[in-house]
Design a protein around this ligand. Structure first.
Ligand SMILES: [Zn+2]
Ligand SMILES: [Zn+2]
Length: 68
Protein backbone atom coordinates (compact mmCIF):
# COMPACT_ATOMS: atom_id res chain seq x y z
CA UNK A 1 0.00 0.00 0.00
CA UNK A 2 1.43 3.28 -0.98
CA UNK A 3 0.78 6.47 0.86
CA UNK A 4 0.97 9.88 -0.57
CA UNK A 5 0.71 13.20 1.07
CA UNK A 6 -1.73 15.71 -0.20
CA UNK A 7 -3.48 18.71 1.13
CA UNK A 8 -6.84 17.93 2.61
CA UNK A 9 -9.45 20.61 2.79
CA UNK A 10 -11.26 18.86 5.61
CA UNK A 11 -8.16 18.56 7.74
CA UNK A 12 -6.95 21.95 6.58
CA UNK A 13 -3.49 20.58 6.14
CA UNK A 14 -1.32 18.01 4.48
CA UNK A 15 -2.39 14.50 5.30
CA UNK A 16 -1.25 11.11 4.11
CA UNK A 17 -3.65 9.69 1.60
CA UNK A 18 -3.96 6.02 0.96
CA UNK A 19 -5.72 4.01 -1.67
CA UNK A 20 -9.03 2.69 -0.42
CA UNK A 21 -10.25 -0.80 -1.22
CA UNK A 22 -11.11 -0.43 -4.83
CA UNK A 23 -14.54 -1.56 -5.90
CA UNK A 24 -14.11 -0.57 -9.49
CA UNK A 25 -11.50 -3.12 -10.39
CA UNK A 26 -8.67 -0.71 -10.75
CA UNK A 27 -6.41 -2.83 -8.61
CA UNK A 28 -3.12 -1.24 -7.80
CA UNK A 29 -3.76 1.35 -10.44
CA UNK A 30 -6.72 2.74 -8.59
CA UNK A 31 -6.53 6.48 -8.81
CA UNK A 32 -8.64 7.02 -5.74
CA UNK A 33 -7.00 8.15 -2.54
CA UNK A 34 -8.67 8.60 0.82
CA UNK A 35 -7.45 10.96 3.48
CA UNK A 36 -6.25 9.02 6.49
CA UNK A 37 -6.79 12.06 8.64
CA UNK A 38 -10.53 12.41 8.27
CA UNK A 39 -11.20 9.31 6.21
CA UNK A 40 -13.69 11.19 4.17
CA UNK A 41 -11.90 13.19 1.57
CA UNK A 42 -11.38 11.23 -1.60
CA UNK A 43 -8.80 12.47 -3.95
CA UNK A 44 -8.56 11.30 -7.52
CA UNK A 45 -4.91 11.14 -8.31
CA UNK A 46 -4.41 12.22 -11.83
CA UNK A 47 -0.99 10.85 -12.51
CA UNK A 48 -1.24 11.30 -16.22
CA UNK A 49 -3.63 14.10 -16.48
CA UNK A 50 -4.60 15.18 -19.91
CA UNK A 51 -6.35 18.43 -19.98
CA UNK A 52 -9.52 18.15 -21.96
CA UNK A 53 -9.25 20.10 -25.07
CA UNK A 54 -11.79 22.76 -24.99
CA UNK A 55 -13.11 23.20 -28.41
CA UNK A 56 -13.11 26.90 -28.30
CA UNK A 57 -15.28 27.75 -31.14
CA UNK A 58 -15.19 31.30 -31.99
CA UNK A 59 -18.66 32.53 -31.97
CA UNK A 60 -19.18 35.29 -34.29
CA UNK A 61 -21.76 37.69 -33.13
CA UNK A 62 -24.31 37.50 -35.83
CA UNK A 63 -24.82 40.94 -37.10
CA UNK A 64 -28.13 40.97 -38.70
CA UNK A 65 -28.61 44.61 -38.74
CA UNK A 66 -30.88 45.91 -41.32
CA UNK A 67 -30.34 49.31 -42.60
CA UNK A 68 -33.52 51.24 -42.23
ZN1 LIG B 1 -10.47 2.20 -8.11
ZN1 LIG C 1 -8.70 14.88 5.72
Amino acid sequence: MSEREFHCDNCEGVQPFEAPPCVDGHGTDCPELVCTGCGAAVLIATFAFHAPQLTARRRRPSTHRRAA
